[in-house]
Design a protein around this ligand. Structure first.
Ligand SMILES: [Zn+2]
Length: 252
């Protein structure tokens, strides 16, 4: 089975995303023949099509949270996934506040796919994989840590959050751990992870490989590859994502 992750974007933080210093198309996950598009931010549909893929091949769109750098293209992607609303196809996973007040997911097309409301401690089967959301993250809007389990490999994703101790126990037996590492230094009252938060998480979770992504201009200035090689001194291999990067999971 061809299991892989492809990054359609690696930008994080307002300046980096809304000036497109890095792209922000989200993450394509292909696991055991099931395809999930995670966090379709601005430009996601274009990146998907430019990569030679079709949105009709998506089995699920997983939206971690409603902020625009993660959700801006969700309606375009879902419209394309459902053949312009003509065909019931696929599922969309998102927290309540992405569906309810001031919804980022438009209502008119919702009958054309499975509407899944994420919550802490739940899991669902989609195609050949299991999607689980074990922990509510600390972010100004609803957001959950998520893991995707295929037949032979697993991927964990910690989206935007303040660092807090339960992150160290959020996953066990995970092959790849993707961590949104927005800043170099933690900032007060900004609910994002920084480089310094990565070590305690990976040292406790012990993934086979960790990937940092969602970079602000601060991280980009400091050179993400250099940061990743510093972090790898922890004993866990850390790589810095770049736009278009593909990781073959069968080789890990
Ligand atoms: Zn956010």
């Amino acid at each position: 089975m061809n299991n892989y992750i492809k990054f359609f974007g690696t930008a994080g933080g307002r300046f980096s995303v809304f000036n497109q210093i890095r792209a922000s198309g989200g993450i394509w996950l292909s696991l055991s023949g099931t395809n999930v598009l995670v966090d379709p931010g601005p430009g996601s549909l274009i990146k998907l099509i430019e990569s030679g893929r079709s949105a009709r091949d998506i089995d699920a769109v997983y939206l971690s949270h409603r902020h625009l750098d993660h959700s801006a293209d969700i309606n375009s992607v879902v419209e394309s996934m459902t053949s312009g609303g003509r065909k019931h196809h696929g599922a969309v996973f998102a927290p309540d506040d992405a569906w309810d007040d001031d919804p980022v997911i438009l209502k008119y097309n919702r009958s054309n796919y499975d509407n899944i409301r994420t919550c802490a401690g739940s899991s669902w089967s989609v195609g050949n994989i299991k999607i689980s959301t074990p922990l509510k993250l600390m972010h100004p809007v609803e957001n959950f840590a998520v893991r995707f389990d295929g037949n032979s490999c697993s991927v964990g994703y910690i989206s935007d959050t303040l660092y807090f101790e339960p992150l160290k126990k959020v996953f066990s037996n995970i092959d790849i751990l993707i961590i949104n590492t927005v800043f170099v230094h933690s900032r007060e009252n900004i609910y994002h992870l920084s480089v310094h938060d990565v070590i305690p998480i990976i040292s406790a979770v012990k993934p086979k490989k960790a990937v940092i992504t969602h970079f602000s201009t601060e991280v980009l200035r400091e050179n993400p590859d250099k940061i990743a090689s510093e972090l790898s001194k922890s004993g866990i291999e850390v790589i810095a994502a770049y736009d278009g990067m593909q990781i073959k999971l069968d080789e890990i």
